[in-house]
Design a protein around this ligand. Structure first.
Ligand code: HEM
Length: 293
């Protein structure tokens, strides 16, 4: 199988930046993406293309589509810019800034930077609510099976589909909840990360328990806290061999199956969502052949 972008499978870095571009001048797109191929290694720089870029190139990536907006009682999630997603990973904010500037310049005027979010690892890998995030992530071969398109025959083998959502936490509301109410919202105890057997059906980990779906709905989460001024939250990032598992989980979170809404929504809200396809690597560079480049 062609190699996936290594940053997908590696643990989250200590520092990161998410760049989200919209499509501006489609006539220059091919040149911009050939430049991107020289700059992105798939490890320090993970790249995903949205359906707008794919159709502007007259290409087709089966399974890639726009993020379907959610509008159910109490939950509304729109779709954000989705031409190109770049996850800059590292441990030095200065270095990340310079890489970010270089990329933005190389991609203009085809792609315009719409959003830029600085992210970081909090403690040993916690959400800003203080709960450990990622405990039930698949590891090893199970992570590859969940996140990477398999099979040597398919032209998409080694690539991945990523769902992203920027969640904005309401820290005042979170801090006004009792310790029990917080633990019941997540379904785990913050102190020792133990799962609460008696948690209510609205508890996040009951909503999303990956083995409870038919078929089982495993994703590889690589979310990181983000902050700007005193605002912050979670940049939710889930890689999958398709968007199927993510959509099953999100459907349950918003109460599409049984009307029960995930209790996380009591203190945090997704601002927007977007879908991207992350190509495999060929000889250490992004394999853009499925895009006709
Ligand atoms: C601000 C938003 C979110 C926060 C703070 C959050 C936090 C957490 C925490 C603390 C856990 C328990 C530890 C772990 O297994 O990682 C967890 C589990 C999980 N979350 Fe989230 N999460 C968020 C959004 C989402 C979204 C949008 C999805 C998918 C649509 C999702 C899917 C999952 C899954 C699949 C698990 C593991 C469930 C299991 O199999 O036990 N999360 N999350």
């Amino acid at each position: 199988m062609p190699a996936p972008q290594a940053g997908i499978l590696l643990p989250v870095p200590s520092q990161a930046r998410y760049l989200i571009f919209s499509l501006d001048d489609a006539a220059c797109l091919g040149d911009a993406l050939r430049e991107l191929r020289e700059l992105a290694d798939g490890e320090e720089t993970v790249v995903g293309f949205g359906h707008t870029v794919v159709s502007a190139l007259d290409a087709s990536i089966p399974g890639l589509k726009g993020f379907p907006p959610v509008d159910t009682p109490g939950v509304s999630i729109g779709n954000g810019p989705d031409a190109l997603w770049v996850w800059l990973r590292g441990d030095d904010r200065g270095d990340i800034l310079h890489r970010s500037r270089r990329l933005t310049k190389a991609l203009a005027p085809a792609l315009r930077l719409e959003e830029c979010w600085d992210a970081f690892k909090y403690a040993e890998g916690r959400d800003l609510s203080g709960y450990e995030d990622g405990t039930e992530n698949p590891v090893g071969q199970a992570a590859i099976d969940a996140a990477i398109v398999g099979g040597d025959q398919t032209p998409l083998a080694g690539s991945s589909f990523v769902a992203t959502q920027r969640w904005l936490h309401n820290f005042e509301r979170f801090e006004s909840m009792s310790e029990d109410a917080r633990d019941n919202a997540v379904g785990r105890r913050q102190g020792d990360n133990e799962e609460l057997e008696a948690a209510p059906e609205s508890a996040h980990v009951k909503r999303t328990a990956q083995e409870s779906f038919t078929p089982e709905a495993f994703v590889l989460r690589r979310s990181m806290p983000w902050a700007e001024g005193n605002a912050g939250g979670l940049m939710f990032v889930a890689f999958g061999a398709s968007f199927g598992a993510f959509e099953a989980q999100l459907g349950r979170m918003v109460g599409a199956e049984d009307g029960i809404v995930d209790a996380l929504f009591k203190f945090t809200q997704p601002v927007s969502g977007a879908y991207f396809w992350c190509p495999a690597l060929s000889a250490g560079k992004l394999d853009l052949s499925p895009l006709g480049l």
